[in-house]
Design a protein around this ligand. Sequence first.
Ligand code: UN1
Length: 510
Amino acid sequence: MDFIHQLGIRKLNSGVSTGTSWLSPTREKRLKSRSPIDGKVIASVRCGGAEELEQILATAQESCALWQQVPPPQRGDIVRQIGLELREQKEALGRLVSLEMGKSLQEGYGEVQEMIDICDFAVGQSRLLSGATLQSERPLHRIYDQYHPLGLVGIVTAFNFPVAVWSWNAMISAVCGNVNIWKPSSLVPLTAIAVQHLIGRVLRSNQLPEGIFSLVIGSGRSVGQAMLQDPRIPLISFTGSVATGRQAAQTVAARLGKSILELGGNNAIIITPQADLKLAIPAVVFGAVGTAGQRCTTTRRLIVHKKVYKQVKEALITAYQSLRIGSPLDPVNHVGPLVNQEAVAAYEQAVTAITAQGGRIIFGGKVLSGKGYASGCYVMPTLVEAEPSMPLVREETFAPILYLLKYKGALEQAIAIQNGVSQGLSSAIFTTGLAEAETFLSNQGSDCGIANVNLGTSGSEIGGAFGGEKETGGGREAGSDAWKAYMRRQTVTINHGTALPLAQGITFQL
Ligand code: UN1
């Protein structure tokens, strides 16, 4: 497989790099990366442990002061060059994402495009790390906000977006002047190694020191936990499940560190009687089955008004019948495999549990076997008629299972169902009615971090801030003013007069 070679991946790879140098860890056990497409080993990785992390942190600390002295637009220029490299490697890297993680080739390319987009965004942002000037109550005084780099930033990413989520964090964080330590998911180490090779080329050609972008592949229990606990890392950006994120947040909070949390979602689409179903049906299907239901923005609940319920249900069954499931590397297929056997087991458990809770499977519900499905990771996208109160409907199962829920009354009822779960990432409404759309967007409407009108819950652009409320964790990444989370804010007051007036009119005479 030439494209893998082109990305710098060998049969056995080091999983630890300080930038352009690769360490040779030997103590930890080796990791085999298997493709969920056919279960075959793609390549192996030497994982790092506590010792390697220590080396990474020491190198990162050394390069920190230097990187902070590089003017932000020049840091932006490095990110620009990373974007150029990514453009060159888009085809190969997108293919590796698809091979290692199992998402469709289209989505693999889309993921790399998302990296390119955030690079472009970060280049512009590098000239815009600006603060407000405020009005002082004292004569001849000036107040303003300024932003400084934080130092070391730890980026812990999940398997489902093996490279894009890192780039949202790392590219913004880098122009902010931070040095970045990446711990990717052990399920997708090779895509991270490929990206690190690419980064290394840019660092080398600009004669930058080691430590600005580091990679450490290792177990969550040793490397991940050590990063969370280490006071040398003022900010941890964590993407993963609510359960793991809760623990991660507590560990970081115990040392009063900062965290950006991007945890689970339980995203719903509301379809009202005024919806244009020509838009709604494909949006629901892409939202529910794209990435085989393994996006944190996946559509998991569909809240449909009873007037259009039957029509929507029938249209969905027809659409699901036409879905092609198979190797994601074959562009004719819509749905690839789940990431591994554990994910398949979680799917099966969810199907059993929702049936026991009174849900009715109207499509799918089965693991596929036979020719083309030998890895055992392929499942049928599933439609379930359910009730909002069923415990499983309130949980995030990382699989293509969509719950159809009916509402009978006013839109407020649908919004209450939508908001009645503990997660708060993405939400959408399909309506052509202005009043309905505005109600959904009002403060009485969706309680999620993302609220869309006439488009689905997944596939956001990087230009907006990405993240969610409630148990989704409250963090924001990518565009808008998300950059502020990667910097420390300083309020500056300058007295350029000859007197020393005190604020609040206090007098103090010596
Ligand atoms: C994720 O699933 O962790 O909006 C991120 C989307 C993508 C990112 C998803 N841009 O679906």
